[in-house]
Write a protein that binds this ligand. Structure first.
Ligand code: GUN
Length: 290
């Protein structure tokens, strides 16, 4: 039987709606809107699109958006000075510095400069540490969005075998932590994992975040498993087209014949990231106002 398609786009729209209503309440009580500052350095086309979408979604959710678009040549010192200004600005509840940054800027130094209480991306070591030891802090948006989709479909994850493919600080590691907190039995697999297909075949839950187009095949999947595809990869264009198709890390057309449920690309995990970012910003606003 073909898998249920997990509609991340619809789920994210509902979450944005809910956050928007709560943000309107916040504005009425606090006498100001919750505010998100987004910083983009350089002119990477994909990042420009993401930053534009974040700004629009922020305004639509009854929050204030502060966009800072800086040239590629911006020095690390100037970027750190801007982060310091945003840290000190009471109208700014959340700060997001779009990654990747140009090579001449030390990403870790910039993340470290963000006030952990405004770090709505959850990338600061203070927030990574809080997640690791089970204290409340900001959790990275993409893995938190994946968890929302998983618990919505599966309810209690206790005792389920979860395999996370990918070990990045942004997705793989926090994803594994969240699954562990939900009492799943978690394996983190990566490019050096031996017999990857066999490891994945044991999973009730597969979270794919490797960044390799359609790498995960149908014969890797346990029948009925829930498959969450975080990958966004653009294929080479077909003859006559000027842009290639977007695909995930999972070979969707064949895996859907085996899995119990699967997120599509696009329209699965992607829309959840922005919705969770808005949610994190509203949480930050309540903390800063309280
Ligand atoms: N680049 C790609 N995804 C993200 C994200 O979630 N946050 C930031 N800051 N940069 C990104």
């Amino acid at each position: 039987m073909a898998a249920e398609i997990i509609d991340g786009k619809a789920f994210a729209a509902q979450l944005r709606e809910k956050v928007g209503a709560l943000a309107a309440d916040f504005a009425a009580k606090a006498g100001r809107k919750a505010g998100l500052a987004v910083v983009l350095v350089g002119d990477d086309p994909a990042s420009q699109v993401y930053v534009g979408s974040k700004g629009k979604a922020t305004l639509a959710a009854n929050m204030a958006s502060f966009e800072h678009r800086l040239p590629e040549s911006t020095s690390e010192g100037d970027l750190l000075a801007l982060v310091e200004r945003l840290n000190a600005d009471p109208a700014v509840d959340g700060i997001l510095v779009q990654l990747p940054l140009p090579d001449h800027i030390d990403e870790q130094a910039v993340i470290a400069a963000i006030d952990p209480d405004k770090d709505v991306d959850g990338f600061h070591v203070a927030n990574a540490g809080r997640l690791a030891v089970g204290q409340s802090g900001f959790v990275p948006c993409t893995p938190l969005g994946c968890m929302m989709l998983l618990t919505d479909r599966l309810g209690d994850l206790s005792g389920l075998n979860a395999v996370v493919i990918g070990r990045s600080n942004i997705v793989g590691k926090p994803m594994a932590q969240l699954l562990l907190d939900a009492n799943a039995t978690v394996t983190i697999a990566h490019s050096r994992t031996k017999d990857l297909a066999d490891v994945v075949r044991r999973a009730d839950i597969v979270v794919a975040a490797v960044g390799r187009a359609e790498m995960i095949r149908a014969d890797w999947i346990k029948p009925g498993a829930t498959v969450i595809d975080v990958g966004i990869n653009r294929l080479a264009p077909e003859p006559g087209a000027n842009k290639g198709r977007l695909v995930g890390d999972v070979a969707f057309d064949e895996v859907r014949e085996v899995a119990g449920a699967i997120t599509p690309v696009p329209g699965g995990v992607g829309p959840m990231t922005i919705a969770v970012l808005l949610r994190n910003t509203l949480v930050a606003a309540h903390r800063n106002a309280g």
